[in-house]
Design a protein around this ligand. Sequence first.
Ligand SMILES: [Zn+2]
Length: 303
Amino acid sequence: MLDMPAWPPRPAICLDCRTLQPAADRCLASAHHRLADLRAPAGRASLLERAWGSPSVRRRIRTAAKVGSTGGAAGGGLEACSGCDGCGLIEAGGSVGEIVAVILVVAFVFVAIYLLAIGVRALWRWWRRPPPVRPNGAEARGLAVGRLTGRPGRVVARGTAPAAIGDAPCVAYALQASYRDRGERVMLRDSVGVGFDVVLDDGAVVEIPAGPVALDVDGAPARAVAPTYAAHLDVIDPQRRGVDDLDPFAATHVRQVVLADGDRVEVRGRLRPMPGAASGAAYRGVTSERWIPDGVPQLVRAS
Ligand SMILES: [Zn+2]
């Protein structure tokens, strides 16, 4: 009988790789990364600043988004000539050549003024252009799976929880949300498991504890964000409801990899014997029956 455990809490986020973290002391992807506590207003503010810039820049972006594209007012300065004095030259006795010359000069002046107005207007718009409406994404890679071939096996669930996107029951998921605009800017990485076993093909068991996991999500198809992404953000970013500002998790696309009961996987990275489970096998020089990942578990879905 499977139970429904909750996903382990991830109250912090790395400002460099944008990976959700189980604690605000150290990024699991790199000790050099800086973390922010999403539960603290100061922590969320630092993420917002990293994603969109200073409060004044964000204010300009929000104002530009509200106003939209104004303009078009400068184009009406030139009106058609309804009756200029030059027409009276015929009565004044001017020659046809002089009249044509005057008309050409007047036309030239009008065209010159018109082109100048267009140039000034373009320059003014360039000068007053709003800041680019695109966030800054992660500057570093998140949790990665090793390149070396791992040990194949099958997922055996102890309990399941709904996936971040789509609510399918699963034992682990990896979500990567990105903002696409002249490249892909990763805004959020979230990969976690409820705790499960992987029964290897040789009969040994790898125990995956509840907590962060590294899943190979880069190859998953990118889909346009759905309302379920917003629902997921409400869970991981409880402060978002009370803040009138830009969204530090603004994304256009999400990739998700889900591991469910019975899925074939490859366990990569170093394993160590489960404490207390190695006796009886280790001394004979054969593999221990139960293993535990050394560090964050690394899993790749086998196709
Ligand atoms: Zn990091």
